[in-house]
Write a protein that binds this ligand. Structure first.
Ligand code: NAP
Length: 440
């Protein structure tokens, strides 16, 4: 039998402890599958005395991640601490610089330093594997990086944040407010004590930036993403969407257009009969549209110790099975010098359908005025609905919902500004983009 693959695990939290337990419990099966044993040669975390639910008594403990990454005995450094900065950044850099393969689940690190790390890996011949960094257990990195080689990709989009999807699903099912659903998500451990990073869309943006690079062969541009979170989504929006045959999801979308690549994260209306609309709760989904394969949609667990450790384990197994001297798979699908600069398509030029919800004072001529403002911008309407239970003119504000056919963001913004200036709106208008799967 070939020599064991010696791995060091930095971080023994939700994912790291699951990984250590699976490696221990499934040692025999993994040895058979990989053709060699995988052994844990060293570990580190903050608290040495914490019970990790797995026996690590025979494993060397390192005082810090850098010391583990510098261990001469190591074949693979597995980074499961998280965070874009140190200790993850320095430790991963140190491992790669010494030619030690790295496996990480850290999207924040890759979004901030992915290209720099890939460059070091290429120089030293180390592998940088990160399947768990996007959509947890769903093998989307491998699909884009390896399986779909030769495909020209036109769009990648998905539900990549379980917290947001859980909140939106609960709002729809139970008719609860955003705030109530967020509290429930926190109580169940789906949302952090400070949930801003999830609900404002930043977490999805990190993941999207990695997918964009893999899909379009561009350098990562995590700061160049149009971002809208879900905090403005009300129960009225969700109900109106349902009445019109849509569901609201927080999507990350990367799309090739004539003026560049759109990277956007925002609440999105998807047709209720599309598969992605059925993805509920903390489940994730990623769709990839390409010329040869067509549409690929992957749905599965996007988080959790076991699901994430499964993806980490897959990356480790790939290294265990790799033949010495074989060509490495480049971290972002092609050599770093072949990555092209990211050219951003401005959101104002986005073309698509829109849902617009307006609350208006109830007076004659408002309906006609709205229709005129839309027509002036050459916006063609799929539907225009006045929602009122018992309509008594002049008594209370009315809600008007418009759904447009494909139009430009510029036109919608101009029409909404004109409508605002008319003086009959109550509160801010709500505008939600509509995304249609290729087949719908
Ligand atoms: P976690 O439960 O918070 O665990 C983090 C681990 O890192 C802990 O063991 C902690 O030590 C250790 N750590 C933190 N700072 C450290 C430092 N300065 N030096 C040494 N060790 C340190 O996090 P997690 O949920 O397992 O996530 C780990 C990574 O996986 C992150 O990059 C995350 O984004 C990614 N990920 C997680 C999930 C998921 O469902 N959890 C899904 C996809 C990707 P102590 O235990 O001693 O405090």
């Amino acid at each position: 039998m070939t020599q064991a693959l010696r791995i060091g695990i930095a971080g023994l939290g939700t994912v790291g402890a699951s990984l250590a337990r699976i490696l221990t419990e499934k040692a025999e099966m993994l040895t058979t599958s990989c053709g060699r044993p995988i052994t844990i040669a060293g570990v580190t975390a903050r608290d040495r005395n914490r019970d990790r639910g797995v026996d690590l008594s025979g494993v060397e403990w390192h005082a810090d991640a850098l010391s583990l990454a510098s261990n001469a005995e190591l074949d693979v450094f597995v980074e499961l601490m998280g965070g874009a900065g140190d200790p993850a950044y320095s430790a991963v850099k140190a491992a790669l610089a010494r030619g030690i393969h790295v496996v990480t689940a850290n999207k924040a690190l890759l979004a901030a330093h992915g290209i720099e790390l890939a460059t070091i890996a290429e120089k030293t011949g180390a592998l940088l594997n990160y399947e768990a960094a996007v959509a947890g257990g769903i093998p989307v990195i491998k699909a884009l990086r390896e399986s779909m080689t030769g495909n020209t990709i036109s769009r990648v989009y998905g539900i990549m944040n379980g917290t947001c999807n859980y909140i939106l699903t609960r709002m729809e099912r139970e008719g609860l407010t955003f705030e109530a659903c967020l509290k429930e998500a926190q109580r169940l451990g789906y949302a952090e004590a400070d949930p801003a990073f999830d609900i404002e869309g930043n977490d999805t943006a990190h993941k999207l930036s990695i997918l964009t690079s893999l899909a379009f062969g561009t350098a990562i541009a995590a700061d160049d993403i149009y971002l809208e979170g879900i905090t403005n989504i009300s129960i009225e929006d969700i109900r109106a969407a349902a009445d019109l045959g849509y569901r609201i999801k927080l999507l990350g979308v990367a799309q090739k257009t004539d003026s560049g690549i759109e990277q956007r994260v925002h609440p999105t209306m998807v047709p209720v009969d599309s598969v992605i609309a059925q993805v509920d709760g903390v489940t994730n989904a990623v769709a990839i549209e390409s010329d040869i394969l067509g549409e690929l949609l992957m749905v599965g667990p996007g988080a959790g110790g076991n699901a994430t450790a499964s993806a980490v384990l897959g990356d480790i197994a790939d290294i265990a099975k790799s033949r010495p001297g074989a060509q490495n798979v480049p971290a972002f699908g092609r050599p770093v010098e072949a990555l092209i600069p990211y050219q951003r398509a401005q959101i104002q030029n986005h073309e698509g359908g829109y849902f617009i919800r307006l609350t208006v004072v109830d007076r004659a001529g408002v309906f006609a005025s709205i229709a005129t403002r839309m027509a002036e911008q050459k916006i063609s309407l799929e539907s225009i609905v006045q929602r009122s239970k018992q309509h008594t003119e002049g008594v209370e504000p009315q809600t008007i919902i418009l759904v447009t056919h494909a139009t430009s963001e510029n036109a919608v913004r101009a029409a909404v500004e004109k409508i605002k200036a008319e003086g009959y709106l109550v509160g801010e208008p709500q505008v939600i983009r509509i995304e249609r799967p290729k087949a719908a």
